[in-house]
Write a protein that binds this ligand. Structure first.
Ligand code: ADP
Ligand code: ZN
Length: 716
């Protein structure tokens, strides 16, 4: 140990090379540093951001000279123990290195900033700015505060339970039942009770943040000032993200609104977490550390002694099961408290569900005559409709009936989708794009045909079918489309949604992007034209996902009771299907989530599937399917040969190819690991990791591109 650097510090850094190690690295330092301090450290020729970690309980003997740290990020208070516990837990649970979780949980800009740049950023705002912000504050103070609404009876009952009980709460409330108002008042009450308190409010998708942000700003900026409400999501610029993060870390921000990444925000005063639309799949990160922000939020709330509210009209089966009330066979009940808000605000009714049996329609019907008639009526009355199809592009494939050619992607086991607007064939998996061929590349036939329908085609077809229909103002009907293709440019989604809200659009065609969350006021009809596709999936969660999507979509219709009453039209949800008796549609007809959940949970219990069992996937990507599966088989053998702990409680399924087996010329395989015991699965995976790292380094697995573990996978 050198005299100049007498102290040893342990630093969590993120480097793929050390992911096998996973534990903090040791450095020398001139002064002792508090755990949680942000530092820059040398690694090889590079300099990286790191977090000083607690000393290991049994330090390894030091056999070589330690390198000194490169510097401390002055001016940022150390990350507190609660944040470090969260990071430690997430790393262990999701089988990642501590450094990866710790560093990716910090704003990306901190990684690249020099100490000098950071110091500039942390400087107090210049005086000019100060005056401006204080005038803004003054203006805000004069702005009429948005008062809390008088709660409905159901809202008031739920709110009282939230105040009285510890939770965690599952707020099961219909679409339009006023869940957001409950969140707002719970946040308000929490912040008023303690001047240090902070609230974290999570939403599944960036495109839902603007509306929510507006509602929270209107309510809280007049109370706590402009700086009190900040957002965190990937649609923000790096400097904006850093600014929000610093405000939360310093306790200045009282409310943090964000997507899944916000679960890792530094919140020293965390007192309340809200997870809106808790069932939504986007809470699960699908690359790198595959964490579930909802599940981490539950853990974090318990660890921090904060309250947590999960809200949904269609809860995940996991949360539904975890909130089961006690009964004679199950006197304990679940760990969560279930709260109900079945009614919509203002006596708005849920839409009537109309199922059209497509088997009884003329062949190749896209829109049944009855649906077109219903759409026509709505346009003529000046009401809006939403047509939902979860498939963008014009047609999913181009096809030659002479030689059988299909527009397959050369790099993936998938078709290239035909996009008519820009005459391209595009692969939605790898992005490979080509001009549409004039003639069949197989046989030269000039007649290659689009097969199947996407949103582009629906938009075109609807515009044609409704071309002679007039709105009350005698203008022709306007059809518009919102999907990932129309909203690539920044701000374009907001702009297109604003057009819908303003009444410019009569019929909106869209993917799931518009089916969720939005508070449309004038939509009275929603139609799912071809939902059956989703049921052909081999994934056991497919029915749950479809049911959710359709319930959410139905929830966009008839949200404004007064609007609906004034027109004496009943809101409707239309389903066109070849399988009208499927349990998903049967439950949907009755808006009966509890019945659907009971049926699905019964099946899951009988089959020993989540939430009655715990799962993980190990995936391998390689140049050939054979080597991908070979790696997985070797991993199984290694686990057995080494006699890993809990092998008797863990079931290893044989490796299989993924349903889309090849993407961008990489072959993908996976195997499922299942156990009735979560701790057993966790211990087993932890012990197994070292073997997987070791196997990866062996010459016979040279062609492996990557492997990964997905704990609690959402898609199988
Ligand atoms: P959810 O989040 O359950 O779908 P929202 O919170 O968006 O429902 O509420 C639906 C609509 O009802 C919103 O326009 C909201 O402003 C309004 N609303 C909610 N609670 C009340 C209330 N207590 N009184 C009047 N209007 C309310
Ligand atoms: Zn491709």
């Amino acid at each position: 140990m050198s005299a100049e650097f007498p102290h040893t510090v342990h630093v969590a850094v993120h480097t793929p090379m050390h992911s096998a190690v996973g534990e903090p690295l040791s450095y020398a330092c001139a002064q002792a540093l508090e755990p949680g301090t942000l530092v820059r450290v040398p690694l090889g020729a590079r300099e990286l951001l790191g977090v000083v970690w607690d000393a290991p309980s049994s330090p390894e003997p030091q056999t070589f000279e330690l390198r000194p740290i490169a510097g401390v990020l002055e001016g940022i208070a150390p990350m507190n123990p609660a944040w470090r516990r969260l990071v430690r837990f997430a790393a262990r649970y999701y089988q990642r290195s501590l450094g990866e979780i710790a560093v990716t949980a910090l704003p990306p800009q901190l990684r690249d900033m020099t100490a000098a740049q950071l110091a500039r950023r942390l400087q107090p705002p210049k005086t000019v700015k100060k005056t401006r912000s204080s005038t803004a504050a003054l203006a805000q103070a004069c702005a009429p505060a948005q008062p809390p609404l008088a709660l409905s009876t159901e809202q008031a009952q739920v709110f009282a339970r939230i105040q009285a009980e510890p939770g965690p709460f599952l707020l099961y409330g219909s679409t339009g039942s006023g869940k957001t108002e409950v969140y707002l008042q719970a946040v308000e009450q929490t912040l008023a009770a303690d001047p240090q308190a902070q609230a974290l409010v999570m939403v599944p998708e960036i495109n839902l943040t603007p509306q929510l942000e507006q509602r929270f700003r209107q309510r809280f900026v007049p109370l706590y000032g402009e700086a009190a409400v900040v957002s965190m999501h990937s649609g923000m610029t790096q400097p904006q993200r850093l600014k929000s993060w610093l405000a939360a870390h310093a306790g200045r921000a009282r409310i943090v609104l964000g997507t899944r990444m916000a679960v890792f925000a530094s919140l020293p005063g965390l007192a309340l977490i809200v997870v809106d639309e808790e069932h939504d799949a986007s809470y699960k990160q699908q690359e790198g550390a595959r964490y579930s922000a909802r599940d981490l939020a539950i853990w974090r709330a318990r660890d921090a002694g904060a309250k947590i509210i999960l809200g949904s009209a269609t809860p995940s089966l996991e949360s539904w099961h975890a909130s089961r009330p006690p009964d004679s066979t199950d006197p304990q009940g679940g760990r969560y408290l279930r709260l109900l808000m079945p009614s919509r605000i203002g006596a708005a009714t849920l839409p009537q569900v109309r199922v059209v049996h497509m088997g009884q329609q003329p062949r190749k019907t896209v829109f049944s005559a009855a649906l077109i008639a219903a759409l026509t009526e709505r346009v003529q009355r000046g009401e809006q409709s939403l047509v939902l199809l979860n498939r963008r592009g014009f047609a999913p494939v181009l096809f030659c009936s002479d030689c059988g050619y299909k527009s397959d992607c050369p790099h993936c086991s998938a078709h290239q989708v035909f996009h008519k607007a820009d005459r391209t064939l595009r692969c939605h998996h790898c992005g490979f794009t080509q001009r549409v061929p004039r003639t069949c590349p197989g046989c030269g036939n000039p007649d290659i045909l689009p097969l199947g329908k996407g949103t582009e085609q629906l938009e075109e077809e609807l515009a044609r079918l409704l071309r002679n229909v007039q709105r009350p103002d005698r203008e022709p009907a306007r059809v518009a489309r919102i999907d990932a293709d129309t909203t690539r440019a920044k701000g374009s989604l907001e702009q297109q949604l604003a057009q819908v809200h303003s009444g410019d659009v009569d019929v909106l065609v869209g993917t799931q992007m518009v089916a969720k969350g939005h508070d449309f006021r004038r939509i009275t009809l929603v139609a799912a034209v071809d939902p059956d596709n989703a049921l052909f999936s081999s994934d056991y969660r497919a029915p749950e996902r479809l049911f959710c999507l359709l319930m959410q979509a139905a929830g966009r219709a008839g949200r404004d009771a007064l609007y609906v009453q004034a027109r004496s039209s009943r809101p409707e949800m239309w389903i066109q299907t070849h399988d009208p008796d499927h349990p998903v549609y049967a439950a949907l007809r009755e808006h009966d989530y509890p019945a659907f959940a009971a049926q699905q949970l019964g099946e899951r219990r009988d089959a020993g599937m989540p939430p009655f069992a715990y799962q993980a996937l190990v995936r391998a990507d390689a140049r050939s399917q054979e080597s991908a599966q070979g790696f997985l088989r070797a991993a199984q053998e290694a686990a057995r040969a080494a006699g890993l702990p809990h092998l008797d409680q863990v079931f290893l399924y044989p490796p299989i190819p993924l349903s889309i087996q090849r993407v961008a010329n990489v072959e993908r395989a996976q195997m499922l690991i299942e156990s009735a015991s979560r701790p057993a699965l966790q211990h087993f995976l932890r012990a197994w990791q070292a073997h997987l790292h070791w196997l990866r380094s062996q010459p016979e697995h040279k062609s492996l591109v990557r492997w990964l573990i997905d704990v609690d996978p959402l898609a199988i």
